[in-house]
Design a protein around this ligand. Structure first.
Ligand code: ATP
Length: 238
């Protein structure tokens, strides 16, 4: 059982390695209920590895992972999904050769009726309603991200983890998607969004967490992190 008041996700002093090379050197990260947390950092900072550890896909060599207050080191990804974790992978994880409707129907495997999933997806993303019979591979990038989010929400998650929401999308679409993300959080779903760098996320996230070289180098309200953000990205390009 998870504790109703505990943060959805909590990493404490998490270390992780590939073979003998340690790439996470003691990560602390908390995703409180109903909040959007942005995990930011340049190439190779360790963001994806942090997600892999949080979702049970890569082991922590030290430290604790808690989901809803429950210690989950070593727990398998499907069990974590049952505890309410849902990941939207980089590249979005939709079935490109299936229609929007078929993609949504396939998300109903965890029990919610397909009609209900389609109805709530279309209510939240009217654009998907207009394209319900279209093959997902022919949707725009933004529409594919909407479909991926609708599929994720169909599992009624407590925590939605979105990897690189902005990848390959125009700034206006990214802004539109982040407004939707903020709305989802107000409904009580916690959101952890990983971005290499998308300034738009700073408008909806609190806190933002900046990683560099396998460490958290700063965390807090985005407005307080301007200097750290500049340093992280300037440092990365030299
Ligand atoms: P990006 O924004 O480029 O995806 P990231 O912040 O997500 O970067 P990670 O992918 O977590 O960073 O990588 C952290 C470090 O771990 C990097 O030095 C990377 O080379 C290394 N790494 C990642 N995956 C593997 C792997 N499968 N085997 C060995 N080293 C890896």
């Amino acid at each position: 059982m998870t504790e109703p008041t505990a943060p959805l996700l909590e990493l404490r002093n998490v270390h992780a390695a590939y073979g003998r090379i340690e790439v996470l050197h003691g990560i602390d990260l908390v995703v409180p209920r109903g909040q959007v947390v942005a995990l930011l950092g340049p190439n190779g900072a360790g963001k994806t590895t942090t997600l892999l550890v949080a979702t049970g896909q890569h082991p922590a060599s030290q430290g604790c992972v808690h989901v809803g207050g429950r210690h989950v080191n070593g727990v398998k990804p499907d069990e974590l999904a049952r505890l309410g974790l849902c990941t939207i992978p980089e590249g979005r994880g939709v079935f490109r050769s299936l229609t929007v409707r078929e993609n949504l129907v396939m998300a109903s495997y965890r029990g919610l009726p397909a009609d209900q999933i389609i109805e709530s997806a279309v209510a939240r993303f009217p654009r998907l309603g207009e394209r319900i019979g279209q093959v997902a591979g022919t949707l725009s990038g933004g529409e594919q991200q909407m479909l991926a989010m609708a599929r994720g929400l169909a599992t009624d998650p407590g925590l939605l983890i979105i990897d690189e929401l902005s990848m390959g999308l125009a700034p206006l679409i990214v802004a539109e998607l982040y407004e939707i993300v903020a709305g989802i959080a107000t409904e009580g779903v916690s959101i952890l969004v990983v971005e290499q760098f998308a300034r738009t996320v700073l408008g909806v996230a609190d806190p933002a967490v900046i990683m560099q070289h396998g460490h958290v180098v700063a965390a807090g309200p985005p407005a307080d992190l301007e200097a750290e953000l500049s340093a992280a990205y300037l440092g990365a390009s030299t």
